[in-house]
Design a protein. Sequence first.
Length: 130
Amino acid sequence: MAPAIILDSSALMIPFQLHVDFDRELKRLLGSYTGVVLTPVIKELDTLSEFGKGKIRLYAKAALDYIKQKRFKIVEAQGEADDAIFEFALKSNAITLTLDKELCKRLKKENRKAIGLGKGKALKFEACQT
């Protein structure tokens, strides 16, 4: 069974903001995966797409379209996005893709796997904790 990858807002904007194809990178790392997006992440992207400053607004809109295009699994959750991701990672043992250093620190303390951006715009396990 393909591993579940929890995608946060920063991860979903990677293709547009940093021009990194995380879909290809995740397949390189894992072979296959199931993308999971929690509802608070969608709410966060909705807010950014409406009220974000500068290009962030465009990246958030593109990320919302990308979620629909890729047909990621949408999971209902409560609370703020980072807290919901953290709780879901604890319960499900899923891997988290994020550029958020604080979220990575929290996950690392609980021995949960995280993937971040390494050198040369390649995704790498625990890169977000360095």
